[in-house]
Ligand binder design. Structure first.
Ligand SMILES: Nc1nc2c(ncn2[C@@H]2O[C@H](COP(=O)(O)OP(=O)(O)OP(=O)(O)O)[C@@H](O)[C@H]2O)c(=O)[nH]1
Ligand SMILES: [Mg+2]
Length: 286
């Protein structure tokens, strides 16, 4: 059931006593989180009965546009004045990093973009991680380097390889898991430092992938990564078949980083450019 269908019943009641409490429960159940829920209820309380729906949609859209994407277009992935553009993809294990990298490469190679991509398998922690990226690389016809050794060294070699081959974009797959979160963040910071020294303007994108079905956990991850690494965008995955789309709003309320893409399935085409107004409309429903 769309959010509005549930909320309309609550707002439509004659007895205003429990309206706020019930509306709050509905929003929290949809993973909006406490901060966004409070902001929404505050805004909605200011309008008269007939305007609830519009106020709800407007407030959600405003939260979702709090951080502006570079160049105003969430789907526009950075280009480098001096190629290659280096795009680092981060996130904890299992959120969809490797799949998202394949989707991004597919998008970049398509007509209109026509960009040449190289994959860097800098997840050298988990056995099998590089192999998974290689399978995507073969399917997409994209070269893939790395797979062993120090992740920062893999990223460095990948940038050098892209220069030699005249390729314009390097997509770096990183580990989602180490023994501790601190260790993981330190390792990723090192990757950032190394490519920044090597290539002017790098990393041109630092994208954090988050699983849209894990609620408050994703908010915690976003805060931890955003505090450690300057991020240029969030990508929220697994939004197909979840009734909990509020997590996207909770995330945007929690960190000042624009949402760039949504993952809506396991296939190469299941990547949507984020559109705040459309998302708010869809989330609220008719
Ligand atoms: N339904 C759905 N599944 C997804 C989506 N994105 C990724 N997946 C699935 O989630 C699982 C994990 O995806 P991976 O791309 O391997 O995730 P990862 O972050 O690289 O995982 P690690 O390398 O283990 O840290 C796979 O089964 C993917 O097919 C999505 O948008 N929707
Ligand atoms: Mg992976």
């Amino acid at each position: 059931m769309a959010l509005w269908q549930k909320l309309a019943r609550v707002f439509g009641r004659r007895d205003p006593g429990s309206v706020r409490e019930d509306a709050e429960r509905i929003l929290l159940e949809a993973d909006f989180g406490v901060a966004a829920t409070e902001e929404i209820l505050e805004q909605v309380a200011r309008v008269s009965d007939g305007e609830f729906r519009a106020a709800l949609e407007r407030t959600i859209a405003r939260i979702l546009t709090a951080a502006a994407p570079p160049g105003g277009d969430p789907g526009g992935l950075a280009r480098a004045a001096r190629p290659p553009a280096v795009m680092l993809v981060f996130g904890v294990n299992g959120v969809g990093k490797t799949t998202t990298i394949a989707k991004l490469a597919h998008r970049l190679a398509r007509e209109g973009e026509g960009r040449s991509v190289l994959f860097a398998a800098a997840d050298t922690f988990r056995a099998g991680a590089a192999e998974q990226l290689r399978i995507w690389a073969d399917r997409l016809g994209v070269p893939c380097v790395g797979g062993r050794g120090d992740p920062a060294a893999v990223a460095f070699d990948a940038v050098a390889a892209a220069r030699v081959r005249g390729l314009d974009t390097v997509l770096v797959d990183t580990a989602g898991r180490l023994h501790t979160e601190d260790q993981l963040l330190e390792e990723l910071k090192k990757v950032v430092r190394v490519v920044a020294k090597q290539q002017p303007g790098a990393p041109h994108e630092s994208l954090l992938v988050l699983d849209g079905t894990v609620g408050q956990n994703a908010v915690h991850q976003a805060k931890a990564f955003a505090a450690a690494i300057p991020l240029t965008g969030l990508i929220v995955t697994k939004l197909d078949g979840t009734a909990k789309g509020g997590s996207v709003v909770a995330l945007e309320r929690a960190v000042p980083v624009p949402i760039r893409f949504l993952g809506t399935g396991e296939g190469l085409d299941d990547l949507e450019v984020f559109d705040a107004a459309r998302y708010a409309r869809r989330l609220v429903g008719e």
